[in-house]
Each structure stands twice: as structure tokens, then as C-alpha cells.
Design a protein around this ligand. Structure first.
Ligand SMILES: NC(=O)c1ccc[n+]([C@@H]2O[C@H](COP(=O)([O-])OP(=O)(O)OC[C@H]3O[C@@H](n4cnc5c(N)ncnc54)[C@H](OP(=O)(O)O)[C@@H]3O)[C@@H](O)[C@H]2O)c1
Length: 320
């Protein structure tokens, strides 16, 4: 059991615990702090967080990648985009949600790895009993990103989609949603993930030297569209395979503009992204594997595991 965080008062009604950082760096800069309980504004609810999914964006923010040259944020930085929990307060004008309802979705700020977080009323959905808090917390970001990018690429029945980093959270959702649309999917991944990719309906291809030839042999019919969830220099070969940068979208390569490729950032509300998919998660037709669950007190280790890469699915922080 890690003991790097000082014990805090878990019973306070005026404060809550929150993972934060006061300097940019690796997971070692993360600290569990006791902070004032956030109060919901108009159009917001406060959620008693039971589980938070963690994402590459958290690590990029913590490392200061969005503030080049700075060594520390102006105010304590926070982490976590997605969570599942129980509403424990609502804003003055909120009528659609009530205290006690289990929900999951996106937080108003990037502060889901905490005891409590605020969420906009339009970015949460009711959590069905059949989904646990850990499972529900793993769904919003990956489902939304996969849903959005497949729509932007207009992936349709009979087409062939190439997904780079297909075993990652976004990648494995994109594989499953594209298969539901009737597309053939080729996915890049390390060999350890190939059986898993076959299991969810993709043709696996190992990345690295000779990738283009392997993709052509896996999809002799040609590639109609590409989703790059890897960000590791695959845009030129993706354009070569489709013959058109407009048929390629990345969510991870910040150099996209120089190739004329769209970097997708136009997030859609979680209720829209989940609308057609929630019952499929409940029935098991859509799956989001959980790579590991860490308690809040060991959240820095969760980020060490995330940063080490080669995940199959999501890492979730559970809040007791
Ligand atoms: N723009 C947006 O709206 C948006 C939204 C969500 C996420 N993102 C970004 O999208 C990226 C993917 O997110 P994620 O949550 O899916 O990441 P993730 O779960 O951390 O997955 C990363 C995957 O990358 C694979 N990988 C490692 N090296 C690779 C290589 N050389 N070629 C192909 N795959 C490789 C790993 O699979 P193997 O084990 O098989 O190597 C791993 O499964 C991150 O950079 C994230 O920040 C952006």
C-alpha cells in the first residue's frame, strides 16, 4: 500500500479531497489535498465521485505540455475529465436532476479525480443499475471521442477503416462502433493485443517498419478512412493509404495541420454520445475493458501505469 499522501479527514462536510499538482512534472508532483467543497452554480450539479476514468490529457496537463516553458501552473492544477458518482447537491435552477441520483459523465473542470466534482447538467447521464461506478466512469471520454470521429469521417457500411492505437480506450471503442456501422476495421497494436482486437472484430496489424505493406495485405480492398489515436508519426502513411488528407482524422498528433489533416477537438455532449450506446453497454454488445483500478490514495500510481502505456482499455481511480 502506498503511503505517499498524508491522511485527510474523509468525514468533513465543508471540504473534500482532490488530486492536484503545484508544479509541472511526472506523477510524483501529484498530491492529495483537502480543498473547500465545490458549490454548484446555475446549470450544474455536484457529484459525490465514486470512480474517475483517467486519460492521457491529464498527464499532458500535469507535464505542462499545454504551457510550454512554464514550470508551474498559476493555481493548483487538477486532473480527471470523466467520473461516475451520486448527485449530492444541485444548482439553484436545476430541475432535471435530484440529489441521490447515480450519474456518469464529464466534469465542468478537469477535476474528476476527487471526492466531489461539479458537472454541467447537459454533460451527464443517469447511470443504470446494471453498470457499476467503475465501469461507468470508464465510458464517457472514449465513447464520445470514437462516436465523434467516426461521424466526422462518415464511416459507413461496406467501408474499411484503419484505426491506429486500436487497443487504447478510444481505439477499441472506435473499432466496435465502426463494426456496428458495418465497416471492416484494421487496427494497429502490439502483438500482445492482437487476439483482443480480433475478439472485438478488427483485423490486427503490428505497428513499426513495414506497416504500410502489412496494412495493404490486411486490406487489399483499400482503406477508406483513418482514425489516428496514436499520434506517433502515422499521418503521412495514412494519407498515402487513403489518397486524401480529408479522409484522415487524428486525436493525438499535434502536427496534423502541416499535413492538412483535421485534429478533432469538437466534443459533443455525453448524453448525445451515449444515446445509441448505453443499452449496448448494458447488454454487453459494447465492451470497455478495465486495465486496472487504483484507490484515490494511490492515484499517482494509476498515472504511472497510464504513462507506461500499452494499455488494453481504461485505468480507473476508485473513491471510497
Ligand atoms: N482530441 C480528443 O478529443 C481526444 C480525446 C480522447 C483522447 N485523446 C488522445 O488520444 C490518444 C489516445 O487516447 P487513448 O485514451 O485511447 O489512449 P490509451 O488508452 O492510453 O492507448 C494508447 C494505445 O496506444 C497504443 N500504442 C502504443 N504505441 C503505439 C504505436 N507505436 N502505434 C500504435 N499504437 C500504439 C497502445 O497499444 P499497444 O499496447 O497495442 O501498443 C495503447 O493501447 C491520447 O493521446 C489521448 O490524449 C484525444
Amino acid at each position: 500500500m502506498t503511503t505517499e499522501f498524508a491522511p485527510l479527514n474523509p468525514t468533513s462536510t465543508t471540504t473534500t479531497r482532490r488530486l492536484q499538482f503545484r508544479a509541472y512534472g511526472g506523477p510524483e508532483v501529484l498530491e492529495l489535498a483537502e480543498v473547500p467543497l465545490p458549490q454548484p452554480d446555475r446549470g450544474q450539479v455536484r457529484v459525490r465521485v465514486r470512480a474517475a476514468g483517467i486519460n492521457g490529457r491529464d498527464s499532458k496537463m500535469r507535464a505542462g505540455l499545454f504551457e510550454p516553458g512554464a514550470t508551474a501552473p498559476a493555481v493548483a492544477g487538477t486532473v480527471g475529465i470523466e467520473m461516475a458518482g451520486v448527485i449530492d447537491a444541485v444548482g439553484a435552477d436545476v430541475t432535471e436532476w435530484t440529489v441521490g441520483q447515480p450519474v456518469f459523465g464529464r466534469t465542468a473542470a478537469f477535476d474528476a479525480v476527487a471526492g466531489h466534482a461539479l458537472a454541467p447538467v447537459g454533460d451527464i447521464v443517469a447511470k443504470p443499475d446494471s453498470l457499476g461506478f467503475v465501469q461507468a466512469a470508464a465510458l464517457p471520454v472514449a465513447t464520445e471521442a470514437a462516436y465523434r470521429t467516426l461521424r466526422q469521417l462518415d464511416v459507413r457500411d461496406g467501408q474499411t477503416l484503419l484505426v491506429h492505437a486500436a487497443a487504447g480506450g478510444v481505439g477499441l471503442m472506435a473499432v466496435q462502433l465502426a463494426r456496428l456501422r458495418g465497416a471492416t476495421v484494421v487496427g494497429t497494436a502490439s502483438e500482445a493485443n492482437h487476439d483482443f482486437l480480433r475478439d472485438i472484430g478488427a483485423i490486427p496489424v503490428t505497428y513499426g517498419d513495414g506497416l504500410v505493406e502489412r496494412i495493404r495485405s490486411a486490406a487489399p480492398q483499400g482503406i477508406d478512412a483513418v482514425l489516428d489515436g496514436s499520434g506517433r508519426g502515422v499521418l503521412p502513411l495514412s494519407i498515402a493509404l487513403t489518397g486524401d488528407p480529408a479522409k484522415v482524422i487524428t486525436i493525438a498528433d499535434l502536427g496534423a495541420a502541416q499535413y492538412g489533416v483535421r485534429f478533432s477537438t469538437e466534443i459533443v455532449p455525453i448524453p448525445e454520445a451515449m444515446a445509441e450506446h448505453l443499452t449496448l453497454f448494458e447488454s454487453g454488445r459494447l465492451r470497455m475493458p478495465i486495465e486496472a483500478v487504483f484507490p484515490l490514495e494511490e492515484a499517482a500510481d494509476a498515472y504511472r501505469r497510464l504513462d507506461a502505456g500499452h494499455l488494453r482499455g481504461k485505468i480507473v481511480v476508485a473513491v471510497a
